[in-house]
Design a protein around this ligand. Structure first.
Ligand SMILES: Nc1ncnc2c1ncn2[C@@H]1O[C@H](COP(=O)(O)OP(=O)(O)OP(=O)(O)O)[C@@H](O)[C@H]1O
Length: 312
């Protein structure tokens, strides 16, 4: 059985269907991306999975517990980093952690240990005496994450954690997510409308738009379903100009352009082979310095599946 099972979830607000029969499962230790444009239904789904909102139909099972029947057993396994920062503005970083930690039932020595650990992992140790209202938006986000991990949840849900924050905090949040997943095997659900973030972090994906499933499964599989095209970028010196003509006539090569000292190919994954390319380079005395392969981006996948750009 998977760690999280979302089965046929539907949500209506009056007559409006906001989630339409959504199903997926998440394995323990995964970094799972929930992606879609603004208004797609991501936060609604998160609110339902964490028991904050009731669904109109369907069920959620976490660690074998049915959310409707045993909500506390489900909630104690989850840490939630909500989209809106939820902190006490007029008290210090440390006091916020102490307060929220005690709500989780942490006391004395263990509470102190967990506060220190949360400050360390979110890079806020030197801000512990600062009042929250003096922190930057990115630091507030990091503190919100610190709050969410104090009870060592098995699952951490991060709802658009990088919206409107500075690049340094964004990187910090990224590295944090990878670290806690790697070192503690924490299962992460990461929602975002920034496809490149999800592309970098996640293994499995659920793409949602207007409350409906657009694609679900292994990231590589989704990409290969949508597009058989990859890019190959060849960094090569001292080759003769005629080489390009030979490369263009290779099986599986759809386009070949020279740009900024690099040769960029658009290739058909199923028919392109690297070996003939290397032979052509050798024939023309080219010195290969590097070869990079690029899959289609998730932006391209979304465009192919919905006919629209993510940020329309
Ligand atoms: N309380 C509510 N009453 C009526 N409609 C709502 C309510 N909450 C959300 N919706 C609608 O549900 C849809 C999905 O909203 P939701 O916030 O889940 O999207 P999202 O994917 O999280 O988008 P964003 O990235 O902008 O937060 C939207 O059309 C929104 O207007």
């Amino acid at each position: 059985m998977s760690l999280i099972e979302v089965k046929n979830i539907t949500k209506r607000f009056d007559e409006k269907i906001v989630l339409d029969n959504i199903s997926f499962s998440i394995e323990e230790g995964d970094i799972f991306g929930l992606i879609g444009p603004n208004g797609a239904g991501k936060s609604t789904l998160i609110n339902i999975m964490t028991g904050l909102w009731k669904c109109s139909g369907g069920e959620v099972v976490v660690g074998g517990y049915d959310l409707k029947k045993e909500p506390l057993k489900v909630k104690e396994q989850i840490g939630l980093v909500p989209q809106e920062v939820a902190l006490m503005d007029t008290v210090s970083v440390y006091d916020n952690l102490e307060f929220f930690g005690s709500l989780y039932g942490l006391k004395r020595k263990l509470l102190k240990e967990r506060i220190d650990e949360a400050l360390e992992i979110t890079g806020l140790m030197d801000k512990k005496k600062e009042k929250v209202k003096k922190l930057s938006g990115g630091m507030k986000r990091r503190l919100n994450i610190a709050v969410a991990i104090m009870h060592h949840p098995r699952i951490l849900i991060m709802d658009e954690p990088t919206v409107g924050i500075d690049p340094q905090s964004r990187n910090h949040i990224f590295e944090f997510a990878k670290k806690i997943n790697r070192e503690n095997n924490t299962t992460i659900i990461y929602t975002s409308h920034y496809m490149e973030e999800v592309d970098m972090l996640c293994n499995n994906l659920f793409i949602i738009d207007l409350g409906k499933e657009i694609a679900y499964g292994d990231k590589k599989h989704i990409k290969s379903m949508v597009s058989n095209n990859n890019r190959v970028i060849l960094n090569i010196d001292n080759y003769k100009g005629e080489m390009i003509l030979d490369v263009k006539s290779m099986d599986g090569v759809k386009e070949c352009n020279e740009e900024e000292g690099l040769i960029k190919l658009l290739v058909e994954q199923s028919t392109f082979r690297l070996e003939p390319l290397l032979k052509i380079a050798e024939k023309y005395n080219g010195e290969i310095k590097g070869i990079n392969f690029e899959e289609p981006s998730l932006e391209e996948v979304f465009l192919a599946l919905t006919g629209k750009k993510l940020r329309d």
